[in-house]
Design a protein around this ligand. Structure first.
Ligand code: NCD
Length: 323
Protein backbone atom coordinates (compact mmCIF):
# COMPACT_ATOMS: atom_id res chain seq x y z
CA UNK A 1 0.00 0.00 0.00
CA UNK A 2 1.41 3.37 -0.96
CA UNK A 3 0.63 5.88 1.79
CA UNK A 4 1.36 9.55 1.15
CA UNK A 5 0.52 11.99 3.96
CA UNK A 6 -1.74 9.35 5.53
CA UNK A 7 -3.58 8.90 2.22
CA UNK A 8 -4.47 5.38 1.23
CA UNK A 9 -4.31 4.36 -2.40
CA UNK A 10 -5.19 1.07 -4.08
CA UNK A 11 -2.58 -0.15 -6.55
CA UNK A 12 -2.82 -3.93 -6.17
CA UNK A 13 -5.23 -6.19 -4.24
CA UNK A 14 -2.32 -6.97 -1.89
CA UNK A 15 -2.59 -3.42 -0.55
CA UNK A 16 -5.30 -4.73 1.75
CA UNK A 17 -4.66 -7.43 4.33
CA UNK A 18 -6.98 -10.45 4.32
CA UNK A 19 -8.73 -9.01 7.41
CA UNK A 20 -9.19 -5.64 5.75
CA UNK A 21 -10.64 -7.36 2.71
CA UNK A 22 -13.12 -9.23 4.89
CA UNK A 23 -14.27 -5.90 6.37
CA UNK A 24 -14.49 -4.38 2.88
CA UNK A 25 -16.62 -7.31 1.67
CA UNK A 26 -18.81 -7.26 4.81
CA UNK A 27 -19.49 -3.60 4.13
CA UNK A 28 -20.27 -4.36 0.47
CA UNK A 29 -22.78 -6.99 1.64
CA UNK A 30 -24.33 -4.46 4.00
CA UNK A 31 -24.59 -1.88 1.20
CA UNK A 32 -26.36 -4.48 -0.96
CA UNK A 33 -28.86 -5.15 1.84
CA UNK A 34 -29.40 -1.55 3.00
CA UNK A 35 -28.65 0.79 0.08
CA UNK A 36 -30.76 3.63 1.50
CA UNK A 37 -28.49 3.88 4.53
CA UNK A 38 -25.58 4.73 2.26
CA UNK A 39 -27.39 6.94 -0.22
CA UNK A 40 -26.16 10.28 1.23
CA UNK A 41 -22.90 9.43 2.89
CA UNK A 42 -20.74 10.99 0.13
CA UNK A 43 -22.77 14.15 -0.29
CA UNK A 44 -20.39 16.98 -1.15
CA UNK A 45 -17.64 14.59 -2.28
CA UNK A 46 -16.37 14.27 -5.83
CA UNK A 47 -14.88 11.28 -7.63
CA UNK A 48 -12.67 11.92 -10.68
CA UNK A 49 -12.48 9.15 -13.27
CA UNK A 50 -9.34 9.64 -15.37
CA UNK A 51 -9.49 7.00 -18.10
CA UNK A 52 -6.71 7.00 -20.70
CA UNK A 53 -7.88 3.65 -22.09
CA UNK A 54 -11.33 2.39 -23.19
CA UNK A 55 -13.71 1.05 -20.57
CA UNK A 56 -17.43 0.63 -20.14
CA UNK A 57 -17.99 -1.39 -17.01
CA UNK A 58 -15.22 -0.18 -14.80
CA UNK A 59 -15.76 3.54 -15.41
CA UNK A 60 -19.54 3.34 -15.22
CA UNK A 61 -19.29 1.13 -12.16
CA UNK A 62 -17.11 3.69 -10.37
CA UNK A 63 -19.34 6.56 -11.41
CA UNK A 64 -22.50 4.73 -10.37
CA UNK A 65 -20.87 3.78 -7.07
CA UNK A 66 -20.16 7.42 -6.24
CA UNK A 67 -23.60 8.59 -7.40
CA UNK A 68 -25.32 5.88 -5.32
CA UNK A 69 -23.37 7.14 -2.31
CA UNK A 70 -24.73 10.62 -2.90
CA UNK A 71 -21.49 12.05 -4.33
CA UNK A 72 -20.71 13.56 -7.70
CA UNK A 73 -18.44 12.67 -10.57
CA UNK A 74 -16.07 14.45 -12.97
CA UNK A 75 -13.56 13.04 -15.44
CA UNK A 76 -12.62 12.02 -18.93
CA UNK A 77 -13.20 8.79 -20.79
CA UNK A 78 -10.31 8.81 -23.23
CA UNK A 79 -6.88 10.37 -23.44
CA UNK A 80 -7.70 12.38 -26.58
CA UNK A 81 -10.20 14.49 -24.65
CA UNK A 82 -7.72 15.26 -21.85
CA UNK A 83 -4.57 17.40 -21.73
CA UNK A 84 -2.56 14.19 -22.20
CA UNK A 85 -3.14 14.88 -25.90
CA UNK A 86 -1.20 18.15 -25.39
CA UNK A 87 1.63 16.24 -23.72
CA UNK A 88 0.73 16.66 -20.03
CA UNK A 89 2.26 14.04 -17.73
CA UNK A 90 0.17 11.80 -15.46
CA UNK A 91 2.00 13.33 -12.50
CA UNK A 92 0.87 16.85 -13.45
CA UNK A 93 -2.66 15.74 -14.29
CA UNK A 94 -3.16 14.16 -10.88
CA UNK A 95 -1.87 17.28 -9.10
CA UNK A 96 -4.47 19.29 -10.98
CA UNK A 97 -7.22 16.74 -10.34
CA UNK A 98 -6.30 16.76 -6.63
CA UNK A 99 -7.40 20.41 -6.56
CA UNK A 100 -10.87 19.46 -7.81
CA UNK A 101 -11.81 16.03 -6.50
CA UNK A 102 -11.67 13.99 -3.27
CA UNK A 103 -10.73 10.64 -4.85
CA UNK A 104 -9.60 9.47 -8.28
CA UNK A 105 -9.96 6.24 -10.25
CA UNK A 106 -7.35 6.02 -13.02
CA UNK A 107 -6.98 3.65 -15.97
CA UNK A 108 -3.89 3.88 -18.16
CA UNK A 109 -2.32 1.72 -20.89
CA UNK A 110 1.13 1.93 -19.23
CA UNK A 111 2.10 -0.41 -16.41
CA UNK A 112 2.86 1.59 -13.27
CA UNK A 113 1.04 4.78 -14.35
CA UNK A 114 -1.34 4.72 -11.37
CA UNK A 115 1.66 4.30 -9.07
CA UNK A 116 3.30 7.40 -10.53
CA UNK A 117 0.04 9.29 -10.01
CA UNK A 118 -0.34 8.08 -6.41
CA UNK A 119 3.16 9.29 -5.54
CA UNK A 120 2.19 12.85 -6.58
CA UNK A 121 -1.43 12.87 -5.56
CA UNK A 122 -3.14 14.87 -2.83
CA UNK A 123 -6.14 12.49 -2.89
CA UNK A 124 -6.56 8.69 -2.81
CA UNK A 125 -5.85 7.09 -6.20
CA UNK A 126 -7.43 3.81 -7.28
CA UNK A 127 -5.71 1.83 -10.02
CA UNK A 128 -8.54 1.00 -12.43
CA UNK A 129 -6.18 -1.00 -14.66
CA UNK A 130 -2.58 -0.29 -15.70
CA UNK A 131 -1.60 -1.93 -18.98
CA UNK A 132 -1.19 -5.70 -18.73
CA UNK A 133 -0.17 -5.38 -15.08
CA UNK A 134 -2.96 -5.22 -12.48
CA UNK A 135 -6.66 -4.50 -12.14
CA UNK A 136 -7.29 -4.57 -8.40
CA UNK A 137 -10.93 -3.47 -8.35
CA UNK A 138 -11.84 -6.25 -10.77
CA UNK A 139 -10.16 -8.58 -8.31
CA UNK A 140 -12.16 -7.18 -5.41
CA UNK A 141 -15.22 -7.81 -7.58
CA UNK A 142 -14.11 -11.36 -8.33
CA UNK A 143 -13.35 -12.12 -4.67
CA UNK A 144 -16.69 -10.78 -3.46
CA UNK A 145 -18.46 -12.81 -6.18
CA UNK A 146 -16.63 -16.00 -5.18
CA UNK A 147 -17.23 -15.35 -1.47
CA UNK A 148 -20.93 -14.83 -2.12
CA UNK A 149 -21.52 -17.73 -4.52
CA UNK A 150 -19.06 -20.36 -3.29
CA UNK A 151 -19.63 -19.32 0.32
CA UNK A 152 -15.97 -18.75 1.19
CA UNK A 153 -12.63 -17.78 -0.27
CA UNK A 154 -10.99 -21.11 0.48
CA UNK A 155 -11.01 -24.73 -0.63
CA UNK A 156 -11.77 -24.70 -4.33
CA UNK A 157 -10.28 -25.51 -7.71
CA UNK A 158 -10.39 -22.56 -10.09
CA UNK A 159 -9.74 -22.81 -13.82
CA UNK A 160 -8.49 -19.63 -15.49
CA UNK A 161 -9.01 -19.85 -19.22
CA UNK A 162 -8.01 -17.74 -22.23
CA UNK A 163 -5.39 -15.01 -22.42
CA UNK A 164 -3.39 -15.63 -19.26
CA UNK A 165 -0.39 -13.74 -20.63
CA UNK A 166 -1.86 -10.29 -21.15
CA UNK A 167 -4.97 -10.57 -18.96
CA UNK A 168 -4.35 -8.23 -16.05
CA UNK A 169 -7.46 -9.41 -14.22
CA UNK A 170 -5.96 -12.91 -14.13
CA UNK A 171 -2.65 -11.68 -12.73
CA UNK A 172 -4.34 -9.68 -9.98
CA UNK A 173 -6.72 -12.51 -9.10
CA UNK A 174 -3.94 -15.09 -8.74
CA UNK A 175 -1.96 -12.76 -6.47
CA UNK A 176 -5.01 -12.18 -4.32
CA UNK A 177 -6.04 -15.84 -4.08
CA UNK A 178 -2.71 -17.24 -2.93
CA UNK A 179 -3.37 -15.82 0.53
CA UNK A 180 -6.32 -18.17 1.08
CA UNK A 181 -6.09 -21.86 1.93
CA UNK A 182 -6.93 -24.93 -0.11
CA UNK A 183 -6.88 -23.26 -3.54
CA UNK A 184 -5.76 -25.15 -6.62
CA UNK A 185 -5.22 -23.37 -9.94
CA UNK A 186 -5.76 -24.85 -13.38
CA UNK A 187 -4.35 -22.58 -16.10
CA UNK A 188 -5.99 -23.24 -19.46
CA UNK A 189 -4.44 -21.41 -22.41
CA UNK A 190 -2.78 -21.87 -25.77
CA UNK A 191 1.03 -22.12 -25.35
CA UNK A 192 1.49 -18.57 -26.68
CA UNK A 193 -0.77 -17.11 -23.98
CA UNK A 194 0.53 -18.98 -20.93
CA UNK A 195 0.52 -17.29 -17.56
CA UNK A 196 3.85 -15.40 -17.15
CA UNK A 197 6.80 -17.32 -15.72
CA UNK A 198 7.14 -15.00 -12.73
CA UNK A 199 3.71 -16.15 -11.59
CA UNK A 200 4.32 -19.90 -12.00
CA UNK A 201 7.69 -19.48 -10.24
CA UNK A 202 6.00 -17.70 -7.37
CA UNK A 203 3.42 -20.49 -7.07
CA UNK A 204 6.17 -23.13 -7.09
CA UNK A 205 8.10 -21.28 -4.37
CA UNK A 206 5.01 -21.13 -2.22
CA UNK A 207 4.06 -24.77 -2.89
CA UNK A 208 0.67 -23.77 -4.24
CA UNK A 209 -0.77 -26.50 -6.49
CA UNK A 210 -1.32 -25.58 -10.14
CA UNK A 211 -1.36 -27.22 -13.53
CA UNK A 212 -1.12 -25.82 -17.03
CA UNK A 213 -3.21 -27.38 -19.80
CA UNK A 214 -4.30 -26.53 -23.31
CA UNK A 215 -7.67 -28.30 -23.56
CA UNK A 216 -10.61 -26.97 -21.53
CA UNK A 217 -12.63 -30.18 -22.13
CA UNK A 218 -10.14 -32.31 -20.21
CA UNK A 219 -10.32 -30.32 -17.00
CA UNK A 220 -13.79 -28.77 -16.92
CA UNK A 221 -15.31 -31.66 -14.86
CA UNK A 222 -12.83 -30.96 -12.01
CA UNK A 223 -13.55 -27.25 -11.58
CA UNK A 224 -15.51 -25.44 -8.86
CA UNK A 225 -15.08 -22.13 -10.67
CA UNK A 226 -14.25 -21.31 -14.27
CA UNK A 227 -12.86 -17.82 -14.94
CA UNK A 228 -13.08 -17.13 -18.68
CA UNK A 229 -11.21 -14.22 -20.29
CA UNK A 230 -11.07 -12.63 -23.72
CA UNK A 231 -7.94 -12.55 -25.86
CA UNK A 232 -6.51 -9.04 -25.28
CA UNK A 233 -6.33 -7.79 -28.85
CA UNK A 234 -4.95 -4.36 -27.91
CA UNK A 235 -1.84 -5.89 -26.33
CA UNK A 236 -0.84 -8.00 -29.33
CA UNK A 237 2.07 -6.94 -31.48
CA UNK A 238 0.52 -8.24 -34.68
CA UNK A 239 -3.02 -8.79 -35.86
CA UNK A 240 -2.29 -12.23 -37.41
CA UNK A 241 -1.48 -13.75 -34.03
CA UNK A 242 -4.65 -12.27 -32.58
CA UNK A 243 -6.80 -13.66 -35.40
CA UNK A 244 -5.21 -17.11 -34.98
CA UNK A 245 -5.83 -17.20 -31.23
CA UNK A 246 -9.02 -15.23 -30.70
CA UNK A 247 -11.45 -18.15 -30.94
CA UNK A 248 -9.23 -20.77 -29.32
CA UNK A 249 -11.83 -21.28 -26.56
CA UNK A 250 -15.56 -21.03 -26.97
CA UNK A 251 -17.54 -22.21 -23.98
CA UNK A 252 -20.89 -23.44 -25.25
CA UNK A 253 -23.73 -25.53 -23.86
CA UNK A 254 -22.17 -28.76 -25.03
CA UNK A 255 -18.82 -28.10 -23.33
CA UNK A 256 -20.65 -26.97 -20.24
CA UNK A 257 -22.56 -30.26 -20.05
CA UNK A 258 -19.32 -31.86 -18.77
CA UNK A 259 -19.04 -29.40 -15.86
CA UNK A 260 -20.37 -29.85 -12.34
CA UNK A 261 -23.85 -28.54 -11.57
CA UNK A 262 -22.25 -26.49 -8.80
CA UNK A 263 -19.55 -24.88 -10.96
CA UNK A 264 -19.82 -21.11 -11.45
CA UNK A 265 -18.65 -19.31 -14.59
CA UNK A 266 -17.05 -15.91 -14.06
CA UNK A 267 -15.79 -13.44 -16.66
CA UNK A 268 -14.52 -9.89 -16.07
CA UNK A 269 -16.26 -8.84 -19.32
CA UNK A 270 -16.31 -7.62 -22.04
CA UNK A 271 -17.03 -10.98 -23.64
CA UNK A 272 -16.16 -11.39 -27.31
CA UNK A 273 -16.68 -14.99 -28.52
CA UNK A 274 -15.29 -17.02 -25.66
CA UNK A 275 -18.70 -17.69 -24.08
CA UNK A 276 -21.58 -18.53 -26.40
CA UNK A 277 -24.68 -16.44 -25.74
CA UNK A 278 -26.74 -19.59 -25.13
CA UNK A 279 -24.76 -20.15 -21.92
CA UNK A 280 -26.11 -16.91 -20.42
CA UNK A 281 -29.32 -18.51 -19.18
CA UNK A 282 -27.57 -21.38 -17.46
CA UNK A 283 -27.79 -20.92 -13.67
CA UNK A 284 -24.02 -21.41 -13.47
CA UNK A 285 -23.38 -18.29 -15.59
CA UNK A 286 -22.47 -15.69 -12.96
CA UNK A 287 -20.79 -12.97 -15.04
CA UNK A 288 -23.64 -10.48 -15.02
CA UNK A 289 -24.18 -11.01 -11.28
CA UNK A 290 -20.45 -10.33 -10.97
CA UNK A 291 -21.02 -6.83 -12.42
CA UNK A 292 -23.54 -6.15 -9.65
CA UNK A 293 -21.06 -7.29 -6.98
CA UNK A 294 -18.53 -4.94 -8.60
CA UNK A 295 -20.76 -1.97 -7.91
CA UNK A 296 -21.19 -2.83 -4.21
CA UNK A 297 -17.50 -3.48 -3.71
CA UNK A 298 -16.54 -0.16 -5.36
CA UNK A 299 -19.00 1.65 -3.10
CA UNK A 300 -17.38 -0.06 -0.13
CA UNK A 301 -13.90 0.82 -1.44
CA UNK A 302 -14.73 4.51 -1.88
CA UNK A 303 -16.00 4.65 1.71
CA UNK A 304 -12.88 2.88 2.97
CA UNK A 305 -10.37 5.08 1.12
CA UNK A 306 -12.24 8.26 2.09
CA UNK A 307 -12.20 6.90 5.65
CA UNK A 308 -15.95 7.32 6.03
CA UNK A 309 -16.88 5.28 9.07
CA UNK A 310 -20.12 3.93 10.50
CA UNK A 311 -20.58 7.27 12.33
CA UNK A 312 -20.87 8.97 8.97
CA UNK A 313 -23.37 6.34 7.89
CA UNK A 314 -25.55 6.94 10.94
CA UNK A 315 -25.20 10.65 10.50
CA UNK A 316 -26.18 10.33 6.84
CA UNK A 317 -29.14 8.17 7.76
CA UNK A 318 -30.40 10.61 10.37
CA UNK A 319 -30.01 13.51 7.98
CA UNK A 320 -31.87 11.60 5.32
CA UNK A 321 -34.72 10.62 7.60
CA UNK A 322 -35.43 14.06 9.05
CA UNK A 323 -37.47 16.39 6.80
C1 NCD B 1 -11.07 -6.13 -18.05
C2 NCD B 1 -9.89 -5.20 -18.22
O1 NCD B 1 -10.06 -4.02 -18.52
O2 NCD B 1 -8.77 -5.67 -18.01
N1 NCD B 1 -12.27 -5.46 -18.18
C3 NCD B 1 -12.85 -4.94 -17.06
O3 NCD B 1 -12.42 -3.96 -16.54
N2 NCD B 1 -13.87 -5.61 -16.54
C4 NCD B 1 -11.00 -7.33 -18.89
C5 NCD B 1 -10.83 -7.14 -20.35
O4 NCD B 1 -10.78 -6.03 -20.87
O5 NCD B 1 -10.77 -8.17 -21.03
Amino acid sequence: MIETNALRHLMTPMDFSVDELERLFDKADDIALHPAQYAHICEGRILATCFYEPSTRTRLSFETAMLRLGGQVIGFADASSSSASKGESVADTIRVVSCFADICAMRHPKEGAAMVAAARSGIPVINAGDGGHEHPTQTLTDLLTIRSLHGSLSDFTIGLCGDLKFGRTVHSLIHALIRYKGIRFVFISPPELRVPDYITEMLRNKNIPFEEVIRLDDVIPDLDLLYMTRVQRERFFNEEDYVRLKDFYILDKEKLSRARESMYILHPLPRVNEIAVDVDNDPRAAYFRQVQYGLFVRMSLILTLLDLTDDHINHGLLKWQSP
